[in-house]
Design a protein around this ligand. Structure first.
Ligand code: AHG
Ligand code: MN
Ligand code: MN
Ligand code: MN
Length: 337
């Protein structure tokens, strides 16, 4: 790709689709609408502080979290954009207790269900630190034209047909996969297009960054405590001690470690005995992306994408990133528990 060749997200989606003669363009059309919603959310994120979009709205979501105005803004815009595209028959969101059914002529025949964390890293919104959106797409199990059911959503991560995230950072990026590798697109505000900037991202199988909220240290499993100690020991051959980097926004921590190499860990803690991160719209899409980049994503024992979901908002411990680092923490968990 020469430096002057601009490949927009939509051109890339259509080009990718042309490699699958049987593809009818539905997924391409859906991904195009994800890009549009991302630009709308990005516009508000970039003005946050100048418009009435900061702070809380005084309501709680099903997670028991105080909802921020931007949580709701992002949620509403992704729901509207995906409803109008007609390819999605229902949506599950972190911000809604149950799934949102589209039962009208426009969307009832949609082939896909869409799951999302519309605004990830909400605690960072008011302090101008990077935040994101995470999405996961499945083919529905129920027949087109029927009402979507919970069965359409409770599929293992291995069934995802596409997944990705938008990172509203120093630049705004959209990173996604449909199972043929992962590519990153950077928004060029001067032309309002996401442009291919990170072709076929491959993640280093080793790294020197570990990301974890060490404030929860006392309640970590013994194996995780031992692994943190391992990261902090001096050893020239393995470039230890590693660097600790933790932003508190999953998309930002994962994206940095994806490009540079590293491990992100969210084990069980006192306040989150099953882990804090949500399997369906945080861990599975991130796991799909990480695996497609050559990395690994597990619950400390088992591949995240093979977990059979039993509820929309279920949580799971999450260890993801460079394969050799995830293998190492799993070894400590096997030995120390
Ligand atoms: P969300 O803002 O969508 O609720 O997600 C927040 C998550 C994730 O983004 C981040 O990795 C994690 O919460 C941080 O949790 P702690 O503040 O407990 O470390
Ligand atoms: Mn939240
Ligand atoms: Mn989140
Ligand atoms: Mn969120």
């Amino acid at each position: 790709m020469n430096q002057y060749e601009v490949i927009t997200l939509n051109e890339f989606i259509l080009e990718s689709q042309s490699q699958f003669p049987q593809a009818e363009g539905d997924l391409s059309h859906l991904l195009h609408h994800v890009g549009t919603a991302a630009k709308i959310v990005n516009r508000e994120v970039n003005k946050a502080g100048l418009v009435d979009i900061l702070g809380e709205i005084g309501t709680c979501n099903v997670q028991g979290e105080d909802q921020k105005k931007l949580d709701i803004f992002a949620n509403d815009h992704f729901i509207n954009s995906l409803h109008s595209c007609g390819e999605v028959c229902a949506i599950a969101s972190e911000e809604n207790e149950s799934f949102i059914l589209f039962d009208d002529d426009m969307a009832r025949n949609g082939k896909y269900v869409f799951l999302m964390d519309p605004l990830d890293g909400s605690s960072n919104i008011d302090v101008n630190v990077s935040i994101g959106t995470i999405f996961s797409i499945y083919k529905r199990k129920t027949k087109q034209g029927e009402k979507a059911t919970m069965e359409d959503f409770l599929q293992p991560g291995t069934e995802q047909v596409a997944a990705g995230y938008i990172l509203y950072g120093s630049s705004t990026m959209l990173v996604y996969t449909t199972g043929q590798g992962i590519n990153g697109f950077t928004l060029d505000p001067s032309i309002g297009e996401f442009c291919l900037s990170h072709k076929k991202i491959k993640s280093p199988e080793d790294g020197i960054i570990y990301s974890i909220n060490e404030g929860n240290y006392l309640k970590f499993p013994a194996g995780v405590k031992q692994y943190i100690k391992y990261c902090q020991e001096k050893d020239v051959d393995t470039q230890r001690p590693y660097s600790s980097r933790y932003i508190g926004s999953l998309v930002s921590d994962v994206h940095r470690n994806l490009l540079k190499g590293g491990i992100f860990m969210y084990p069980i803690t006192e306040s989150a005995p099953k882990g804090k991160l949500r399997l369906l719209y945080e861990c599975n899409p991130i796991a799909f992306i990480i695996e497609q980049a050559g990395g690994k994503a597990t619950d400390g024992h088992k591949r995240t994408m093979e977990i059979k979901p039993s509820s929309l908002h279920q949580r799971t411990p999450f260890y993801c990133g460079s394969t050799n680092m995830v293998n190492k923490v799993e070894e400590f968990i096997r030995v120390f528990g």
